[in-house]
Structures are given as C-alpha cells and as structure tokens.
Write a protein that binds this ligand. Structure first.
Ligand SMILES: NC(=O)c1ccc[n+]([C@@H]2O[C@H](COP(=O)([O-])OP(=O)(O)OC[C@H]3O[C@@H](n4cnc5c(N)ncnc54)[C@H](OP(=O)(O)O)[C@@H]3O)[C@@H](O)[C@H]2O)c1
Length: 278
C-alpha cells in the first residue's frame, strides 16, 4: 500500500524510515522543507498534494492543534487517516468526527516507544477508532512494531497511552525516592538498582495481575499483607526523615492508605485505595 507521512519531526522521520526500509512507496510532507535527509521518499509540495497522492495518510505532528491546522487545508474524502500524534481522548473523538464529516475514515494511535525503537519488536503502538481503517492499514502499520487495536471508541488509544505513562511515572517516582535514600550512605545507585531494586521489582510484577483482579471484582480482602499492617509500619517516612530525604513523593500515597484504614477497610489489600481515586 502506498503511504503518505505528514510530519518529519523526530518521530515522523522514524516512521517514514521504517516504511522505506520495508519497501513501502512513501510520500512525505513537512511544514518546514528539507527535513527528510537522504530518505528515498517522494516529496509533496503541499499538504494537499500529499493527501491527494495516497489513500493512506499517517500524521505525526506536535499536537492535535497542528493536526487540525493541517486537516483544515486538505481534502480527506476517501482517505484512511491514521493519526499518531499524541492526543487526549477528547481530542481523538473530535478529530474522528471532523474526518468522518468530511468523508474520511479515522484511526487514532498512541506510540509507546521513542524514535530509535520504531521498527523493532519493542515498539508498541495502540490504535482505536475505525476498525475498517485499522484492517486496511494493518500491513503498513506492522512496519512500526507491535500493534494493538483497542476498539471503535476513538479515544481508547489515548486513554490507555496516558494510563501506561501514569504507571511508568509511579515506577519512576519510587525509583528516585529509593535512590535518594541509598545515596545518603554513599551506596552507588547503579549497583543498588542492578543488584537489588530491579530483581525485587521483577519479582513483584506478576502480583499486579492479582491486584488487577481484585479491582475488577471489587473484593479487596487481604490474604497476606493488609493495609492496617502496611500503615502501622510506615518505615518509608521514618527512614526517609532520618536520612534527610523528602517524603513528598511517598506521602500522598500513604495518606490515602491511612484514610482507607480510618474508613474501616484496614483488612483490605493495597488496591483498595483505588476507591478513594474514583
Ligand atoms: N519523540 C518521542 O520520543 C515520542 C514518543 C512517543 C510519542 N511521540 C509523539 O509524536 C509526536 C511527534 O513528536 P516528535 O518527537 O516528532 O516532535 P518534533 O520533533 O518536535 O516534531 C514536531 C512535528 O510537528 C510539526 N508541526 C508542529 N506544529 C505544526 C503545525 N502547526 N503545522 C504543521 N506541522 C507542525 C513539525 O514541523 P516543523 O518541522 O515545520 O516544525 C514537526 O514535523 C508528538 O505528538 C509526540 O508526543 C513522540
């Protein structure tokens, strides 16, 4: 399938490169000319020409505002539009309606990778919106990495994308707090991370599935480590203070855990705190 790529920033260029490397005939357009380097692609003079060139058009621009700006000047009739620009669920829904109104088919995407990962099995791209568009474009999208179609609701890819980043920042927060603690005694952070933290976290990952099942069922009854026990032993706050490390990252979490115990749910497992977020 011949393909157009709109946007040759760091990510757009990685996407175009992956297409070219897999032998796809690719047309590109970028607002600022001269960004394709020596890529073997066809250059469209205008965005309108780039949309006219191929039925499948992949966009990867800075934000939804730039996507709207480009879509405003082009004809999307009978086009399959795959938007890999990071967006919110509301923006994805708006763009999907806009494209449908103008006679095109819209698929939204969330890239869970950095540019150097594109085209490797480590890259995951989440998709949602028109299933027909996904099926039509799937062979081309395979060039970018693993692909997951999440459903017809256009905002689902964006929601899951942001949820995954939320999980990632939780892990990053725990990591920097732990590193701040050990370095107070001169422990090399790389050594601590490689020999202790990563094996510990890896061992805990499978437990997330059990916690997820508790959230799905609404039954948080603790079997091994209930909330009462966990807040009674708030060594994180005590040791952090003793070592002169701020508890700004851990305190909000422990505040929620204590509140849940005060509400009478001390016999619950940790995932019970989700009820204070929803
Ligand atoms: N880089 C990453 O690690 C990464 C990872 C996951 C997802 N993403 C997502 O991928 C998207 C692109 O990221 P990037 O790293 O490629 O960003 P980038 O290098 O800053 O490139 C931005 C692109 O958007 C274009 N653009 C900006 N405003 C525009 C407008 N009003 N009209 C037309 N074109 C416009 C730029 O064109 P000019 O060249 O003319 O400025 C450029 O092609 C973002 O939504 C980002 O969140 C990036």
């Amino acid at each position: 399938m011949q393909t157009t790529v709109i946007g040759l920033g760091k990510m757009g260029r990685a996407l175009a490169t992956a297409l070219v490397e897999r032998g796809h005939d690719t047309t590109v357009w970028n607002r600022t000319p001269g960004r394709s380097g020596d890529l073997a692609v066809t250059h469209a003079a205008t965005a309108a020409d780039a949309f006219a060139a191929n039925e499948l058009v992949i966009l990867c621009l800075l934000d939804s505002e730039s996507v709207v700006a480009v879509l405003d000047g082009v004809d999307v009739r009978d086009r399959t539009i795959v938007n890999l620009t990071t967006s919110t669920p509301a923006e994805a829904a708006k763009l999907s309606a806009l494209v449908a109104e103008r006679g095109g088919d819209y698929l939204d995407g969330g890239i869970m990778a950095i540019p150097s990962m594109i085209g490797t099995p480590a890259a995951v791209v989440l998709y949602s919106g028109s299933e027909q568009a996904f099926r039509r474009a799937e062979d081309v999208l395979a060039a970018f990495g693993d692909r997951r179609y999440l459903g017809a609701e256009p905002g689902l890819a964006a929601l899951n994308d942001i949820a995954m980043l939320t999980g990632m920042y939780g892990m990053f927060g725990g990591f920097v707090h732990a590193a701040a603690m050990v370095r107070t005694e001169g422990v090399p952070v790389v050594e601590f991370t490689e020999t202790l933290l990563i094996p510990w976290l890896r061992g805990l990952f499978p437990a997330l599935v059990g916690m997820a099942a508790q959230i799905d069922s609404g039954d948080y009854t603790a079997k091994e480590s209930d909330l009462s026990m966990q807040v009674a032993n708030d060594g994180i706050a005590e040791v952090s203070r003793a070592q002169g490390v701020s508890t700004e990252l851990s305190e909000p979490l422990f505040t929620l855990m204590r509140r849940r115990v005060e509400q009478g749910f001390g016999g619950d497992d940790f995932p019970s705190v989700i009820e204070l977020l929803s």
